[in-house]
Design a protein around this ligand. Structure first.
Ligand code: FAD
Ligand code: UDP
Length: 372
């Protein structure tokens, strides 16, 4: 087997960023990927002129100008602003929680009226420190919004009672007293025109990088470990150690994609179903990420069903509660005994990273590795 400087396991955003930077420094890199395509969960595929986000809606957003400039080397971004709408038993609410939502929920029209209503609703948590997601949500925004827009969605998404979930999950969502449906507070946001896959293609196009898809590290583990001076591993860290200390918890997903013979099916890229009974959490209509580009007579929609994770399933989300984080810390200790293996990305570092954070983490690894 050829000797490489680096073997990168996983052709997702972390692995590709590392490979790109290593090749820029003259290193020979082999990238192996078990799926039949590169790009990991940001993979998009063109169907009838529509970029289909195969693994769920991906919107790039960041406040880090360096990361924004970095990713713009590989694609031109459009001005898409994520503004999901919630459907609660047929009632439609704007997200994130803002003056439009408060008007739809309570009929209030001014920030003062909204604040008074929220304050009244928060009273049940007065003087108490939130101990879990339910308490955090009620103290942030009150019971009405919690019951209609948070509880059902969250319990479906995580397969656990909101009273058993960590509060931090909900702190991702902004609350605003302005009529502003932008889901993110970040300075920069958009969708790469022509899809995400091109970003990873460009990262991996160097002659110094060899890529093999349909290639699972565990099929020839020892040979792969011997094939390079160092390994960058972006799969689940507990699997690498054969679950020796126990399984970390993950959440999985099932995607159901369907073509519809209409030009515009739901009028928005993302609609969240926030009741407990509808089995899916979101329906995405891909063409709206690029303002309706593509076939005028048809559209492609994907329903996202949350699912329990068992070995062999795709681990889409780490479940970063205290217990799992403690177990991950023990795996990190084990990892120290393998100085030639670098663990990175959402699964290697067991962190609920967004894309910008994955790039930042990969660049940090690069800086450490190449002593900058
Ligand atoms: P991955 O993309 O998971 O890449 C790891 C790769 O390793 C995979 O391709 C996997 O097949 C491969 N691999 C694993 N084991 C092996 C093995 N044994 N052998 C070979 N290959 C292996 N982020 C945002 O910024 N904005 C969003 O809107 C957003 N939406 C999201 C929606 C969903 C439904 C999900 C699940 C995530 C979303 N994210 C979003 C997060 C984003 O997908 C991740 O931050 C990013 O893709 C992680 O990159 P990664 O390289 O760490 O992991
Ligand atoms: N959430 C919710 N209702 C919604 C959207 C989100 O309660 O309509 C909660 C839910 O707990 C979710 C978390 O907020 O897990 C973070 O949402 P985000 O949209 O950031 O999730 P992601 O895109 O990472 O799945």
């Amino acid at each position: 087997m050829k000797k490489y400087d680096y073997l990168v396991v996983g052709a997702g955003l972390f692995g590709a960023t590392f490979a790109y930077e290593a090749a820029k420094r003259g290193k020979h890199v082999k990238v192996i990927e078990k799926r039949p395509h590169i790009a990991g969960n940001i993979y998009t595929k063109e169907v009838d002129g529509i970029q289909v986000h195969q693994y769920g809606a991906h919107i790039f957003h960041t406040s880090n100008q360096k990361i924004w400039d970095y990713v713009n080397q590989f694609a031109d971004f459009n001005r898409y602003t994520n503004s999901p709408v919630a459907n609660y038993k047929g009632e439609m609410y704007n997200l994130p929680f803002n003056m439009n939502t408060f008007n739809e929920m309570w009929g209030v029209r001014t920030p003062a009226e909204a604040l008074a209503k929220i304050d009244e609703q928060r009273q049940e948590m007065a003087g108490k420190k939130p101990q879990n997601l339910e308490e955090q949500a009620i103290s942030l925004i009150g019971r009405d919004i919690y019951e209609k827009l948070i509880k059902g969605y969250t319990e479906k998404q995580w397969g656990q009672k909101a009273t058993e979930l960590p509060a931090f999950i909900i702190r991702r969502l902004p609350v605003r007293l302005t009529y502003d449906n932008n889901y993110f507070n970040d300075s920069y946001q958009g969708i790469p025109m022509g899809g995400y896959t091109q970003i990873v293609e460009r990262m991996l196009e160097s002659d110094l990088i060899d890529v093999a898809v349909n290639t699972d590290f565990y099929d020839h583990r020892d040979d792969y470990l011997a094939s390079a001076d160092k390994v960058v591993f972006t799969g689940p860290i507990d699997q690498f150690f054969d679950y020796r200390l126990g399984e970390l918890q993950y959440r999985s997903l099932r995607f159901e994609t369907e073509e519809k013979p209409v030009g515009n099916y739901q009028g928005n890229a993302v609609i969240n179903y926030t009741d407990a009974e509808t089995p899916y959490t979101r329906v995405i209509e891909h063409k709206h990420f690029e303002f309706g580009k593509g076939d005028k007579g048809k559209t492609i929609v994907t329903r996202e069903y949350p699912a329990d994770w068992h070995r062999g399933d795709e681990p889409y989300y780490p479940v970063n509660n205290q217990e799992n984080n403690q177990l991950y810390a023990k795996y990190q200790e084990l990892a120290k005994e393998q100085p030639n293996v670098i663990f990175g990305g959402r699964l290697g570092q067991y962190r609920y990273y967004n894309m910008d954070q994955v790039i930042a983490a990969a660049l940090k690894t690069v800086a450490k590795e190449f002593d900058e």
